[in-house]
Write a protein that binds this ligand. Sequence first.
Ligand SMILES: [Mg+2]
Length: 220
Amino acid sequence: MIKARKNEKKQGKSVLVAFDRDGTLIYDNGYFGRKDNWKEEVKFYKGGVEAIRALNIFADIIVASNQIGVALGFYGPERVDEINKYLDDTLQKQGAKIDGWYFSPYIEKDWAKKNGLDLNSPWVLDTFPETRKPQIGMLKSAVADFGKSLSFYKKIFVVGDSLDDLNMALNANAIGIFFENKRNDHLLKEVESLEHSNPGKIFRVNNLFSAAKIVKSLSI
Ligand SMILES: [Mg+2]
């Protein structure tokens, strides 16, 4: 996995929150960063900056993002780095601090075959990538970078707009918060079924600040 950026973090926080990037922190029309003028397209979802600022007080915060666009050849990992740095700077200027940025550019061989990709690409792995959501490799890397382990944390949350985000949460024995961004209504049925089969583990919000409130209420 490629670690895009890691900021200094404070020791001792016992809550971890992982935000998805595309479709959660920022609007995404598909493979964000594919266009060279991506900067003009950066738009944060309402409530995100406030949510991060509120969470900074008691939680380690990371951004964990699947970046299949790299494997598909739409852009290179340096584009992802560049975007993450830009988002990080923009957030910092508003007093919102992300403790680490993580992304996975990898896909598995079967998927690559189905999609006619070069199997010798460095982004194609034999089996499903441990770093790719819904697997929990990015969470593991982050906590290792923080000098902690997953079990160190009292509570872990994953906030995102896709089923992969919720399943990453469940795979990490964490709490998943589904962000309804008006573009993912087609997932609601499956989200509801996850809610039913995992009582108390799955929540839904339509504003990121509401996600921060849920994190807070479950963390104190
Ligand atoms: Mg997303």
